[in-house]
Design a protein around this ligand. Structure first.
Ligand SMILES: [Zn+2]
Ligand SMILES: [Zn+2]
Length: 249
């Protein structure tokens, strides 16, 4: 079978997803049109418009003319691999980071589908190797109590089920309650996160994917990746939307 496009991958829905979808109003979040398809939350036209239309560099998120893992610039600098189905700057991306209630998560499920398709397509092309385990970017326990759920964990759980890769949620901890990163300069973001995360000494996976809802400056995932790389673990980052590195938009 020849697959020409990541959209050729058919993803089957879990019963849990179908149940959540069934209780949501069937209007598109972006264009407010009635949705006829099985997709809830986002119509297929808006979903298609939000997804990447060209090959994207796994390093900087910049558009490329031909399908390669990294652009010339990133091949030389070996940045962290970040996989997302769409850009943070187009339509849905920004919205994903704004979800505050668990009930809205069913809408995000459509993007989880798109992410799974993209991961499988990149693996098919030989650009990535699937990880042995998934790890969600943790929230501090007081933030978790306040919000009631960790969106990154919910996304990781859904990915774990779809891809049959274990979710490891007892190895990485957020020790410090950091102030929100938005509005801080690069130097202050790193300072804000210094010592914020701790990895269990028992951690011994060789290849993992770190899951977050959105990746904007990448400071948080880079900070965690440093901890994992110290253990000689290969890290890739999976998220529902990513911002392009500065100068690559
Ligand atoms: Zn729409
Ligand atoms: Zn690049």
């Amino acid at each position: 079978m020849k697959l020409n496009n990541e959209k050729d991958f058919i993803i089957s829905k879990t019963p849990w997803t179908r149940w959540l979808s069934a209780i949501l109003p069937n209007r598109c979040l972006l264009c407010h049109q009635h949705i006829d398809s099985v997709n809830r939350g986002i119509c297929s036209v808006c979903l298609h418009a939000c997804r990447y239309q060209t090959p994207i560099c796994l390093g900087c998120g910049g558009e490329m003319l031909i399908s390669m893992a990294f652009c010339g610039h990133c091949m030389a600098s070996t940045p962290l691999t970040v996989i997302a189905p769409c850009s943070y700057h187009h339509g849905l991306g920004h919205w994903v980071g704004q979800v505050k209630y668990q009930a809205q998560f069913a809408v995000i499920d459509v993007l989880v589908d798109a992410l799974v398709q993209r991961i499988l397509y990149l693996e098919y092309l030989g650009f990535i190797q699937l990880p042995q385990a998934l790890i969600a970017v943790p929230l501090h326990k007081s933030r978790l109590r306040q919000r009631g759920f960790n969106q990154a964990w919910l996304i990781a759980k859904a990915l774990s089920k779809r891809l049959d890769i274990p979710l490891v949620d007892n190895m990485l901890f957020r020790m410090k309650e950091t102030q929100p990163q938005a509005g801080l300069s690069g130097r202050l973001r790193r300072k804000n996160l210094k010592g914020a995360f701790e990895l269990s000494p028992e951690f011994n996976w060789q290849r993992v994917a770190l899951i977050d809802d959105v990746v904007t400056t990448g400071t948080t995932v880079e900070e965690i990746a440093k901890l994992l790389q110290r253990k000689h673990t290969q890290v890739q980052v999976w998220c529902l939307a990513r911002a392009e590195a500065p100068g690559r938009r």
